[in-house]
Write a protein that binds this ligand. Sequence first.
Ligand SMILES: [Zn+2]
Ligand SMILES: [Zn+2]
Length: 375
Amino acid sequence: MKMKDFYSILGVSQDASKEDIKKAYKNLAKKYHPDVNSGNKAAVDKFKEVTEAYEVLSDDEKRSKYDRLKSSGFSGYGNGNFDFSGMGGQNSGGVDVEDILASIFGGGARGKQTGGGFGDIFESFFDRGGSAGARGSSERPSRGEDIEVKLDLTLKQAAGGGSLKLKVNRRDLCSFCSGEGGSGNTACHSCRGTGSISRSQGGYAISQPCPQCAGRGKIKTNICSNCAGKGFINNIKQIKVNIPEGVADGQLIRIPGEGHAGALNTPRGNIIITVRVKNDEQFTRQGDDLYYELSLKFSEAALGAVKMVPTIRGSAKVNIPAGAKSGSKLKLKGQGIKNDKTGAAGDQIITIKIDVPSELSEEAKKLLRELDKLI
Ligand SMILES: [Zn+2]
Ligand SMILES: [Zn+2]
């Protein structure tokens, strides 16, 4: 678990004045505010991040606690050196995020973007995203690992959306031992039952959870036979996935709280699905538009025709005007992919291709020669 650097998030130095911090936040908030970045998730995330940083650094008490944590190389768990009472829950009154936003965006902005107050401030000091495997082995993960799945869809499935069932291999808490790994407790030898071990860093004594007992201070005397003491067993779980209409290749679908079970008393991870859309034989997708090639006989192109063409949702009648040229395009409005964000559908673009027959009967050749004299 890495501690977030609120100073670099705001682009200010460690000794920046309150005024500098306020100015930096104001500029960043203006740039990344959701009102001017609608639909841009990266900007909205950035906005949350800078707001979080400002909420801490603009409050003297929070800032000094944060600074102390930072300089101590605090690793997040099992450390009793700091007192966090009063960190959560309440807006201490020293923070004027909403006033600043109101001054930038008018009174309407007040109150709607800072969300749940300051209950998550302590959480926010640390970057808890990602899977447990990415963290150091001595750190106890705060939740279960994510399950990453690739989901192959046909273009029709992607266009139509809907729900489907997916089987995932998932780690669940062992039901025999409720995740305890066994019964009976004996003090852990490595940490002498304290649950934490000390190491020295930069002149400070840092305590961290004991890797032997995962910070519990105890190990089991009777190992659970069902899970061999691990506390987890592997299951196959069927998950319902809601696929948004018009989902694109590479898009992520996140199912929170359905990933691997976490260690005791921690929540499950998430399921992260990467959508892969297979190439279609009939349609080529470009953004929300679908491209389709329609082959016509020379006579159809010359005389005009009414043709049924496939669409992503069925079929549609198309009037081909007389004298259609090869390569010319027709548009079926609204027959493309529906955009999940805007709700508007793209178009189907039909490109005309004129088929020239490679084998002709003698009679056909004769007729064509006569025709040639006429046109
Ligand atoms: Zn067990
Ligand atoms: Zn231990």
